[in-house]
Design a protein. Structure first.
Length: 223
């Protein structure tokens, strides 16, 4: 069953659309931009996304996920100005539906977009979102709002290990063995320098520290 993600800060609208689409699709819901990024990791086949939400708005959500999520994104909004529509399409939206909308028309548009996008269903990369930070483990890229942060191979390997196990503490010896291997050249002190560089690069693009030092134990991912 195809999966829809419905994002809107108005529970009544979310409930109405969920009730309409649930007989035909698996429906995920989110009520904020931050929650939408978390749900996007579930690889929806189509996203219905409200633009005008408090905090992280729909445009920012779309910009953050578009490079990693190939599915259609349909904006739902009360805005009708041409400039708003252009901004939506430039952010990566595939369609623009003005509130109030007819549910049957919305359903027809959703079905049409899904028919055109079937070829992408087996093409998605494994991506995790940590707020504005997106880690694409297949492409081995890290981006913030679509802007890529450059990491060396070993730096990404460490980031990958920690981010795939959020909250789990890894000591330096374990990280070294996992990234460099038992026969690797160097010492566990190398880990401290790599973690320092990872933190500095993240700090230059986002307020999230992501890697926390657990004194006397090691490091853990906290985004």
């Amino acid at each position: 069953m195809e999966k829809l993600l419905i994002v809107d800060d108005e529970p009544g609208i979310v409930d109405m659309m969920k009730s309409y689409f649930s007989p035909h699709y698996e429906v995920l819901t989110a009520y904020s931009g931050t929650e939408a990024l978390e749900r996007a990791s579930s690889r929806p086949d189509l996203i219905l996304l409200d633009i005008n939400m408090p905090g992280m708005d729909g445009l920012t959500v779309c910009q953050s996920i578009r490079a990693h999520i190939p599915c259609p994104i349909l904006f739902l909004t009360a805005r009708v100005e041409s400039a708003d529509k252009i901004a939506g399409f430039q952010a990566g939206a595939d369609d623009y539906i003005v509130k109030p909308f007819d549910l049957d028309e919305l359903g027809a548009r959703v079905a049409a977009h899904l028919r055109r996008e079937h070829r992408r269903q087996d093409n998605g990369a494994a991506v995790q979102f940590f707020g504005e930070l997106a880690v694409d483990y297949t492409a081995r890229t890290v981006t913030v709002k679509g802007a890529e942060i450059s990491f060396s191979k070993k730096e990404f390997d460490i980031l990958e290990l920690l981010s795939l196990h959020p909250g789990q503490v890894f000591d330096r010896e374990r990280i070294y063995e996992a990234v460099w291997g038992i026969d690797g050249e160097g010492s566990s002190d190398t880990i401290m320098e790599h973690v320092r560089k990872i933190r500095a690069k993240l700090a230059a693009h986002t307020r999230q520290s992501c890697i926390e030092t657990v004194w006397g134990c090691g490091y853990k991912w906290v985004c």
